[in-house]
Design a binder for this molecule. Structure first.
Ligand code: NAD
Length: 327
């Protein structure tokens, strides 16, 4: 189905300039009604007659949606694509695209922001000061952890993990990483990063920053045995996906003082945050904003729109996650 012969694309949520103009050149754009729930049946109904869907990470794109007749491409405005059933898409010959690379610096910056904020108790100090509790300098007030010269463990040394390692050099940190894919020797030397197994990374790191995709293998990668093995001064930073960390186990471990604190951008059941995390002063909480800079979100929008425009025109989008669909 099309309007005036033009192919239709469903845009699940508004994207930023120049994305809409790029899409409008290639297709008739249908906006998903903002008040409609984001369940698969509703998305499927809205996608009828569309050749493409521009989705975001809160949209469940599974077989019910992917089996829409005529659907050719799902363009996710994110580098992660755990909201999409890739195997089902491939089986249905639906191309899936993502937005790698353009968000590396913003996300790595934010991982470091959370690390620093948790280490030096920035959120707690801000609340304290605003509440009028600052009555004078005290030698034991708000003591935190040293970052300069500390050991940083990076789990997943892909694009963003490498960006975090790069930043850690400026803080003279000892950098350990765990990843089934080793870095080339030159990259290890350039970043000053040493590959270790997960157990050693957990046991030796003062800061642990997680940068893996959410997959069956990484679901609850960090859970009770890992928390039990952490240094008592350790701070866990998660800007990847919430379910990589077992949130209930994290709460238990924080209560038992198995680690010192955490900086979290992502949660297991977003937008819900585990209620026991809310009152914890040693945990810095952010609402999934690691890539949220003006430039980055605009580049993600443009990239997602270009991926879709290319697919609509019959081409092979540059950021194809399942290349076997279109060789
Ligand atoms: P990437 O593919 O470049 O890197 C991921 C790395 O994880 C790879 O090196 C891979 O080998 C490694 N890995 C995979 N399985 C692993 C395992 N079991 N143990 C250890 N390492 C493993 O991805 P990227 O662009 O660096 O992004 C990483 C993830 O960060 C994304 O998948 C996304 O979910 C998340 N992300 C979140 C935000 C945010 O807003 N919070 C922003 C950007 C990306």
């Amino acid at each position: 189905m099309s309007t005036g012969g033009r192919p239709r694309v469903l845009v699940m949520h508004p994207i930023l300039d120049p994305g809409p103009a790029i899409l409008a050149e290639a297709a008739e754009v249908m906006a998903y009604p903002a008040d409609r729930p984001l369940d698969e049946a509703s998305i499927r109904r809205a996608a009828e007659g569309c050749v493409g869907i521009v989705s975001q990470l809160m949209d469940p794109i599974r077989d019910t949606v992917l089996s829409t007749p005529g659907l050719r491409c799902v363009s996710n405005v994110a580098v992660g694509f755990d909201n999409i059933d890739i195997a089902a898409a491939t089986a249905r010959k639906v191309m899936v695209t993502n937005t790698p690379g353009v968000l590396d610096d913003a996300t790595a910056d934010f991982a470091f922001t959370l690390l620093m904020a948790a280490a030096r108790r920035v959120a707690e100090a801000d609340a304290f000061t605003r509440a009028g509790h600052f009555h004078g300098w005290a030698i034991d007030m708000m003591l935190g952890q040293d970052v300069f010269g500390a050991t940083l463990g990076i789990i997943g040394i892909g694009r963003i993990g490498r960006g975090v390692a790069h930043r850690a050099k400026g803080f003279n940190m000892r950098v350990l990483y765990y990843d089934p894919q080793p870095l080339p020797r030159e990259a290890e030397e350039q970043l000053g990063a040493t590959r270790v197994d997960l157990n050693r990374l957990i046991a030796e790191s003062d800061f642990i920053s997680v940068h893996v995709p959410l997959t069956q293998e990484t679901l609850h990668l960090i859970t009770t045995p890992q928390f039990n093995a952490m240094k008592r001064n350790a701070i866990l930073v998660n800007t990847s996906r919430g379910a990589v960390v077992d949130e209930a186990a994290l709460v238990e471990a924080l209560n038992a003082k198995k680690l010192a604190g955490a900086g979290l951008d992502v949660y297991e059941r977003e937008p819900a945050v585990h209620p026991h995390l809310i009152p914890m002063p040693n945990v810095v909480l952010a609402p999934h904003i690691a890539s949220a800079t003006v430039r980055t979100r605009s580049e993600m929008s443009a990239m997602a729109a270009r991926n879709m425009a290319t697919a609509v025109r019959g081409g092979r989008p540059p950021n194809l996650v399942n290349p076997e669909v279109k060789r």
